[in-house]
Write a protein that binds this ligand. Structure first.
Ligand SMILES: [Cu+2]
Length: 373
């Protein structure tokens, strides 16, 4: 199986020597009389596909093990100014957990969690991905990372039997926020059972500094009672095909981010949400009741595509990044504004903002005691 190792930029001897002398990081490389940076910039300005991919300009320096986090936590920002080899180790498992009050479900997971563990690497990194499938699994699993350029996004290299391990490498060429998921046949079954998560390929310059980052992923479940009395619920394939979920949730279960488990922030802080949608079917009209998104990085790309947004679409198998400051104490409510999903099927989460009141921002002057939206 060929590896996905990037081809190095071919450098004339003088440029190569200069780059080596300058250290491991190649600030620029001469090619057909232009620097790569200016060539890429010119192509992008013209809207052309960059000719030089795959050619991460940074040399790979050292190696490290990725820190993976369970939602709603996000690994810390990457402060490295160079590319490295990043070793990611993720295990697929099958777990019985709570889906809703009185409803347990046999989830298929990445890293024991739904959504799967959050992975954070830097643009230009070389990722060595180890996918293990727990010995107690009943079926094979694999992984398709939408950040990967190559067959199946990694799925072609990672079909893994119970008790087995697969390893493949890829170059993190395109920065952005990407969904990953299992792609073993029948694909809808593996995704509907919980096999999705997100990987952030952080741009070389990093993202603007904020005070809080959270990982929030919507998905829906099609649950039917298990065959035996009291057995965990399992996937109802007919409901799945009809796109009629029993539950629509953030972070894997009804109430995963409410009450004691609500997200927390303080007045005056800036918040960034990495929002994903595992589907398998529904598109999310993602909205935060009582807040306006100052910035939206549409579809999880690296540009702020819109400012001052009320609701942003998060496609199935897609993502978005939203940022906002919190100026008023209270509870902000995250919903899919396809609103029956929020109030009848579970797609509702909370962000509690504490701190000094700000009546200039919002105050009730007359009326009944304050109620929710
Ligand atoms: Cu699977």
């Amino acid at each position: 199986m060929p590896t996905a190792a990037p081809r190095p930029v071919s450098l004339p001897p003088l440029a190569a020597a200069a780059a080596l002398a300058a250290g491991a990081i190649l600030a620029s490389a001469t090619l057909t009389g232009c620097s790569i940076g200016s060539a890429e910039a010119a192509e992008r300005a013209e809207g052309a596909v960059p000719r030089l991919r795959p050619t991460p300009a940074d040399a790979i320096v050292g190696e490290e093990r990725a820190v993976l986090t369970a939602a709603p936590n996000v690994p810390p920002p990457i402060t490295r100014a160079h590319a490295t080899k990043v070793i990611v180790e993720l295990e697929t498992t099958e777990e019985v957990k709570r889906l809703a009050d009185g409803v347990s479900y046999t989830f298929w997971t990445f890293g024991g969690e739904v959504p799967g563990k959050f992975i954070r690497v830097r643009e230009g990194d070389q990722v060595e991905f180890h996918l293990k499938n727990h010995a107690h699994s009943t079926v094979p699993h694999n992984i398709d990372l939408h950040a990967v350029t190559g067959p199946g996004g990694g799925a072609a290299a990672t079909l893994t039997l119970p008790g087995g391990e697969s390893v493949f490498t890829f170059a993190a060429m395109n920065p952005g926020l990407y969904v990953y998921h299992c792609a073993v046949s029948p694909v809808p079954m593996h995704i509907a059972n919980g096999m999705y998560g997100m990987i952030l390929v952080e741009p070389k310059g990093g993202l603007p500094k904020v005070d809080r980052e959270f990982y929030v992923m919507q998905s829906e479940f099609y649950a039917k009672p298990g065959a035996a009395a009291g057995a965990p619920h399992t996937l109802d394939m007919e409901r799945g095909a009809a796109e009629q979920p029993t539950h629509v949730v953030f972070n894997g279960s009804v109430g995963a981010l409410t009450g004691d488990r609500a997200l927390q922030a303080k007045v005056g802080e800036r918040v960034r949400l990495f929002v994903g949608n595992g589907g398998p079917n529904l598109v999310s009209s993602f909205h935060v009741i009582g807040e306006v998104f100052d910035h939206v990085y549409g579809e999880g790309g690296t540009m702020v595509t819109q400012k001052n947004v009320q609701t942003t679409l998060i496609p199935a198998g897609g993502s978005g990044i939203v940022e906002f400051g919190v100026e008023k104490p209270g509870t902000l409510v995250l919903v899919d504004h396809s609103i029956f999903r929020a109030f009848n099927k579970g797609a509702l989460a909370m962000l509690n903002v504490t701190g000094e009141d700000a009546p200039r921002v919002y105050a009730q002057n007359k009326g009944l005691p304050m109620a929710a939206h």
